[in-house]
Design a protein around this ligand. Sequence first.
Ligand SMILES: *Cc1c(COP(=O)(O)O)cnc(C)c1O
Length: 374
Amino acid sequence: MSLGEQWRSARPKVAGLHLDSAACSRQSFAVIDATTQHARHEAEVGGYVAVDAAAPVLDAGRAAVAALTGLAADHVVFTTGANHALDLLLSSWPGERTLACLPGEYGPNLAIMAANGFAVRALPVDGDGRLDVDAAARQLVADPPAVVHLTALASHRGLAQPLAGLADVCRTLGVPLVVDAAQALGHLDCAVRPAAVYGSSRKWLAGPRGVGVLAVHPDLVQRLRPRLPPPEWNLPLAVTQLLEHGEANVAARVGFSVAVGEHLAAGPEQVRARLAEVGRCTREVLSDVTGWRVVEALDEPTAITTLAPTEGADPQKVRAWLIAHRAVVTTYAEVQRAPFEMTTPVLRVSPHVDATSDELAQFAEALAAATADV
Ligand SMILES: *Cc1c(COP(=O)(O)O)cnc(C)c1O
C-alpha cells in the first residue's frame, strides 16, 4: 500500500472531497479511539485519576514533538492551539518587546503581538513574499530586535519559507527565533532547534481540534516569566508547569499525542515528499481553470495551493457552493488573514497525502462549475 492509501485506510470514509487539511485534517481511527477511551476512563475512575494513566502517552506526544522540532521533550507544553501558544510565550517574554516578522505575517499573530506590547517591524522579502535571508541577516546585524518571528509556512499562501537559513543567521547573531509551525509541523522540516516553536494539532498532524503545542529552548525557558500566577509569588513550580497551568481537555491531548506518533511512524520525510508531490499535482490540474490564478509556483514543496480570482469570482461564495452542491471542502481566506500582504481574498485548497489525481481533476471540474454558477 502507498503512503496515501495507508493514510486513507486508517480513517473514516470521507463524505465528498476533503481538500482542507490546512484548516483541519481528518483524524484517524486510532486517534478517535484513544480520545474516546480516555473520556471513558475519566467516567470510570474520575478525571483527576485518569490523567495519571494518560501520563505515558502524553510523554510520548511531547517526545514526538521534540523530535520534530529539535528541542527537548521536557520543555514541550500542550496548549489549546497555536494562537494560545504564542500568547503564552509573548505574555511571558522577559525584557525588551521588539519583534521582526514577515510582512505577510498571520493577522491573528499580529493581534497577539500588539496585545502583548510588541513593536513589530518587517523582515525583507522578495516579490512573492519569501524571506530574503541575506538581506535579513544585514538588517538584523544593523538593528537587532529582541525576537525574530517566522511563520515557516503561511495560512494564506503555500510558500515554504527558508526556515533553516534564518535559524542559522539567528543562532550566529544570538537573536532568539520563534517559529509559527501551525502549517509547517508535519509538512516541512522544523527540526532547527529554535528558541521556541509552536503549532496546532488539527492541521497537517491530523490530531483533534482544540489542542496546540509550544516547545521552548532550554536557554529561553529559564528566562520566561509566565504571567500567571504572578512571578513575584515565587511559587516552587517549573516554568513549564506554570505555562501548562489551567484546565485542559486531556482526552484531546491524548489524541494529539497518538496523531504525532502516527506521523513519526509514517516517516516525516516520506510525508513531506508526498505532500510536495500532491501540491504539484494540485497546481498542475488547476493551472487552466478559467477565472483563477494559481498563486504558488508549480514546484513549491507544500500541499497548500491558493487561487486568486482574475475575473471577479467571490471565493467565499465559491467555497459555499462547493460544499452545498458537491460536498467539496476548501477554505475561503479573507484579506485580514495577512493584512499587510494580501490584496484580494483567495480560495485555498489543501489536500493531504491521500489525494488522487482523479479527485484533483474532479475538483477542477467542480471549481469551473461553481465559478460559472455563482
Ligand atoms: C491556523 C494558524 C494559526 C492559529 O492556530 P490555532 O491553533 O487556530 O490557534 C497560526 N498560524 C498559522 C500560520 C495558522 O495557519
